[in-house]
Ligand binder design. Structure first.
Ligand code: NAD
Length: 291
């Protein structure tokens, strides 16, 4: 029999991820403070709760898909939720969280007989809808193994190491992704000024050594068509970059290129509306050169 699942955080990613679990036959009880997000899960056939504490009562697996470690800490620090969380439950934090925070939370939960596994994802909203996420898991081998059927509904999971390893890997991945996107914007802009067609540039780079997720996905799908609607917020990307450079600093690793990239992304964050999509970094780069 499938484990009872609680799903906390039903946003751009958590919405389609929880719906897939329902589709695979899991009993999912979801919570999100946004009523529309709860209504979407109910429409997909899931159950909804009025609080995270109510959602986790009786759940064997609690999936979190929340904006940041600050929110994860608030949810997991709520005494009502901790009371409702059964001993032997497994919490799976699929958010892109701070690995140092994750390690601390894991220690605290272990003292209550609760296992924490981190399982952040890459692949965007489309990957969440199609069940084609890459899932970077961190935690004890047996705990990750027990979760593998559930994770397989959402994507392809691979264990990266002990608890926190997934979150560390995800932060580094997004630092690279963000740096590539900014570099691609600068490069394509220079080529365009020279007289190149951006679509031709991106296509040829995609069979050359400069290719990346920015040239094979973000530019063709969100930047060049001018839609800037990937479903991943610029604020969230900056959060991820800060985690990565914070980790480097804490570990004594110099990261001058990353520091510069974060500073530019932070300028864009300050200049753009709070709801801006992360692909807007390209439009912002183009606009800065137009002045
Ligand atoms: P989102 O803002 O769309 O969704 C987050 C949801 O959490 C919102 O619906 C919000 O109402 C809810 N929430 C906030 N506080 C809450 C609380 N206390 N209890 C319950 N729910 C609460 O963000 P998203 O794009 O779904 O991203 C979620 C996480 O996944 C982030 O860590 C992000 O960095 C990561 N991520 C996003 C993408 C993407 O393409 N969007 C891809 C990979 C990873």
């Amino acid at each position: 029999t499938l484990p009872a699942v609680a799903f906390v955080g039903l946003g751009n990613m958590g919405g389609p991820m929880s719906a897939r679990l329902v589709g695979a036959g899991y009993t999912v009880t979801g919570f999100d403070p946004v009523p529309d997000a709860r209504a979407a899960l109910a429409d997909a056939g899931g159950r909804t709760a009025e609080s995270a504490a109510d959602a986790v009562r009786g759940a064997e697996v609690v999936v979190l898909m929340l904006p940041s470690s600050a929110v994860v800490e608030a949810v997991l620090g709520d005494p009502a939720l901790l009371d409702a969380l059964g001993e032997g439950a497994t919490v799976v934090d699929m958010s892109s969280s701070d690995p140092m925070s994750t390690r601390r939370l894991a220690t605290g939960l272990a003292a209550r007989g609760v296992t924490l596994v981190d399982a952040p994802v890459s692949g965007g909203v489309k990957g969440a809808e199609n069940g084609q996420l890459t899932i970077m898991a961190g935690g004890a081998e047996d705990a990750v193994e027990r979760l593998s059927p559930l994770l397989a509904v959402m994507g392809t999971a691979r264990r990266a190491g002990e608890v926190g390893a997934g979150h560390a890997l995800k932060a580094v991945n997004n630092l690279l992704s963000a740096t590539h996107l900014l570099a691609t914007a600068e490069g394509v802009l220079a080529g365009e000024r020279f007289g190149l067609d951006p679509a031709v540039m991106v296509e040829l780079i995609n069979s050359s050594s400069g290719r990346s997720g920015s040239t094979d996905n973000k530019f063709p799908n969100f930047v060049l068509p001018g839609t800037y609607d990937s479903g991943f917020g610029l604020r969230l990307m900056v959060k991820d970059m800060r985690i990565a450079v914070g980790l480097a600093r804490e570990l004594g690793v110099a990261s001058p290129l990353a520091d510069r990239a974060v500073a530019l992304w932070e300028d864009a964050l300050a200049a753009l509306p709070d709801t801006a999509d992360h692909t807007e970094i390209a439009r912002w780069t183009f606009a800065a050169s137009a002045d």
